[in-house]
Design a binder for this molecule. Structure first.
Ligand SMILES: NC(=O)c1ccc[n+]([C@@H]2O[C@H](COP(=O)([O-])OP(=O)(O)OC[C@H]3O[C@@H](n4cnc5c(N)ncnc54)[C@H](O)[C@@H]3O)[C@@H](O)[C@H]2O)c1
Length: 301
């Protein structure tokens, strides 16, 4: 009927089933990447993958000893790698590091806000304020601090600038019961929202965003509690029914994962899913949200 047709609002979401069409492959050869949480695990895996493409590396981590080892290894392989022993909670240190990267390499194109901790593992009703502070300070605020420190330089490199946020498949679904991951889930869901907002604000300015949502990768994350600083309650062991260490040991090789991330960056892909196992859980969650839209009419009549 004339006059009743309402155009759908533009959500900014395009049909990208033909990814190549939507996302011409970009090259990051000779770019400069700043990665946090890069002394081991996924951060180091991405660094190795990036190095194979001629990307110059600036690596940051709170673990100064392991970072120094990593620098020695890259130097032995002929790579000029800058390292920064810093805590992602320290905004001043991050800003100084970003400025030094640009001074040394002449640019900063890629930032990987990757540092993260498993945090408190247990039912939410058992977590303390200090438990919340640690996981939020590192996983969420640490990522925001990292991006904020690097963003001015990325904006100088339109079309060759990219932000990578390491969220998790735990940023897209929650187990029921949560397997003790409720705090971790909360921070990783927040990173998905942060990444979507960054994409909405920065895409037209030539800065790409990728939100990594991996399943299990073979890293040391199950031991992150051993290095919890005193101000958050000091070191602890994750003791839970769900054996995180055993699960991690069966996970993807971090360097392999790094190559998948590189491919996603080249395709300018927003969500990066590398482990399809939990698809049904994500679909069920979305179905529940859509059901609430259907229920809306009932609630509000
Ligand atoms: N391993 C997995 O299965 C998996 C799955 C999904 C997402 N992730 C995410 O991947 C990211 C990397 O974790 P990983 O699995 O490689 O674990 P990892 O423990 O091997 O590496 C994390 C690194 O971050 C560093 N770090 C911790 N706190 C820091 C701080 N305050 N400041 C600076 N550096 C700090 C650690 O020293 C360590 O080198 C995390 O954000 C994690 O949540 C991991």
């Amino acid at each position: 009927m004339a006059g009743t047709h309402r155009p759908k609002p533009d959500t900014g979401i395009r049909d990208c089933r033909l990814q190549q069409e939507c996302h011409p492959i970009r090259s990051f050869h000779n770019s400069v990447a700043f990665l946090t949480g890069a002394a081991g695990g996924i951060g180091l895996g991405m660094a190795h993958a990036f190095a194979t493409q001629g990307i110059k590396l600036a690596l940051a981590d709170v673990d100064a000893d392991r970072l120094a080892d990593v620098q020695r290894q890259f130097k032995a392989a002929g790579h000029d790698v800058l390292v920064f022993a810093l805590d992602v909670g320290n905004r001043t240190a991050l800003k100084q590091a970003a400025a030094q990267v640009v001074e040394h390499f002449g640019a900063l194109n890629i930032v990987c806000a990757n540092a993260g901790v498993a945090g408190f593992f247990g039912p939410l009703q058992d977590g303390s304020e200090a438990d919340w502070d640690w996981v939020v300070d590192v996983n969420l605020k640490g990522a925001v601090n990292t991006v904020q420190a690097c963003l001015p330089y990325l904006l100088d490199q339109p079309a060759k600038a990219h932000i990578v946020l390491t969220s998790s498949i735990s940023g897209l679904r929650v187990y029921s019961p949560s397997r003790g991951q409720g705090m971790y889930n909360t921070t990783k869901f927040a990173l998905v929202g942060y990444g979507e907002a960054l994409h909405a604000d920065l895409h037209s300015l030539g800065v790409g965003v990728s939100i990594l949502c991996p399943g299990v990768v073979n890293t040391d994350i199950s031991n992150s509690g051993r290095k919890r600083p005193a101000r958050y309650g000091g070191p602890y062991e994750i003791g839970q029914d769900f054996d995180l260490a055993k699960a991690a040991s069966t996970g993807t090789d971090p360097v392999q994962f790094g190559h998948w991330v590189l491919k996603a960056m080249q395709r300018d892909q927003l969500y990066v899913i590398t482990h399809p196992q939990d698809r049904a859980m994500v679909e069920a969650r979305h179905a529940r949200i859509l059901q609430a839209f259907d229920d809306c009419a009932e609630l509000t009549k």
